[in-house]
Design a protein around this ligand. Structure first.
Ligand SMILES: *Cc1c(COP(=O)(O)O)cnc(C)c1O
Length: 375
């Protein structure tokens, strides 16, 4: 199991504000991804704190069979911002659960067994989602996993078309892979997968747990590519770090989704925090801001460090820097020498997933720090 970020020199965080985290010694860190994309509007955004606090004082919990205002409002808000005609919402507590529900719903609605996932995919660690996850290191020793899963090369439209048949319940994929190395695919590929799944009567599940909520420059990456999936999953930063997941479905899935449930589905406090987070993302126009600052970061790093790296890729504020050696040492140096927290994505990729609220000056600081540790 994973423990401290740097076992020999653990950083103990006890406070967060905006784009910064503070450790117990009062050191300041720019949070460029260490919070796993869970803080799209920054740490402890006052609007989100207020919403969660007042809800906490009014009603902590009520079972999901009684409607309450915060959950009902969140259903409406998610349906409103979801791409196209997706307007049914299932709420849960994490990304893996959102995908778990997506896989169950797709099987039930289609009455078919087969799920197609892609190489290098990451969809979570519970048995179903893990069965759609690529890397063996996440699966070793946990077999047998769920049956009926098949993998095809990510980005290969022909292989995907060949794999989809009349036994296929769903294709699940990330519109831009995160954990697997920050791997983009072409619009043509995504459109082709959309066309092929539709023609076969199979569901397209887009896992937007990392790409969603404005990170790639649109509220959802699906919008960037002009496609509407049958099911879209979101989690991570939806409630600014309180545990939540959502499975958004088109009508044909929702009306025949089968029997599913969860004790904590759409709890009052997380629902209030999620509603407020979505409000801030919209009010502050954060997707467009992410597009501008993100492009700047990639262009600058490419201009200044093109020779010292293999590649830089991504969209909006989701960036992967493929380096020429292991990324562990670099991540350590960034944190301990420059106060910049970043993430790996595999062994040789530095992943930057900052809050969408970062300003140009924060981008500059990180670009300088990356330059320093790389040269
Ligand atoms: C993080 C992540 C998940 C899993 O979410 P958890 O909340 O950790 O279960 C699934 N898919 C993608 C694309 C993710 O980035």
């Amino acid at each position: 199991m994973s423990g401290f970020v740097f076992s020999e020199k653990p950083i103990r965080i006890d406070r967060g504000e905006g784009v910064y985290l503070y450790d117990t010694n009062g050191n300041e860190y720019l949070d460029f991804g260490a919070s796993y994309a869970c803080t799209p509007v920054g740490h402890c955004h006052p609007t989100v704190v207020d919403a969660a606090k007042s809800q906490l004082e009014e009603l902590f919990y009520v079972q999901a069979s009684y409607p309450h205002a915060a959950r009902t409002a969140l259903y409406a808000q998610l349906a409103d911002v979801a791409p196209g005609d997706i307007d049914n919402v299932w709420l849960c507590n994490s990304g893996t659960e959102a995908n778990e529900a997506a896989l169950k719903f797709a099987r039930h609605a289609t009455g078919r067994p087969k799920i197609i996932a892609t190489t290098r995919a990451f969809h979570g660690r519970t048995m179903g989602a893990l069965s759609a996850t690529w890397k063996n290191e996440y699966k070793d020793g946990f077999e047998p996993l769920a049956g009926g899963f098949e993998f095809v090369e990510y980005g290969d439209a022909e292989a995907m078309a060949a794999a989809i048949d009349d036994e296929t319940a769903a294709v699940i994929l990330e519109p831009l892979q995160g954990e697997g190395g920050v791997n983009p695919v072409s619009e043509e590929y995504l459109r082709s997968v959309r066309t092929e799944t539709e023609a076969a009567g199979a569901a397209l599940i887009l896992d937007e747990i990392q790409t969603g909520l404005g990170r790639t420059g649109e509220l959802w990456a699906a919008e960037k590519y002009g496609i509407v999936p049958d099911i879209l999953t979101t989690a991570k930063g939806l409630a600014s770090g309180l545990p939540i997941g959502a499975t958004l479905c088109r009508e044909w899935i929702a009306e025949d989704a089968g029997n599913h449930g969860s004790t904590f589905s759409g709890g009052p406090v997380v629902s209030a925090a999620a509603g407020a987070t979505l409000d801030v993302i919209e009010r502050e126009n954060l997707p467009a801001h992410a597009a501008t600052v993100g492009s700047y970061i990639r262009e600058e790093i490419d201009n200044r460090l093109g020779d010292s790296i293999r590649e830089i890729r991504g969209h909006g504020l989701m960036t992967g820097i493929e380096v020429k050696r292991g990324s562990n040492r670099l991540l350590r140096d960034l944190a301990l020498e420059h106060g910049v927290l970043a993430l790996p994505a595999g062994r040789t990729v530095l992943r930057l997933l900052p809050p969408l609220t970062i300003e140009r000056e924060h981008a500059e600081e990180v670009i300088d720090a990356v330059e320093d540790v790389l040269t």
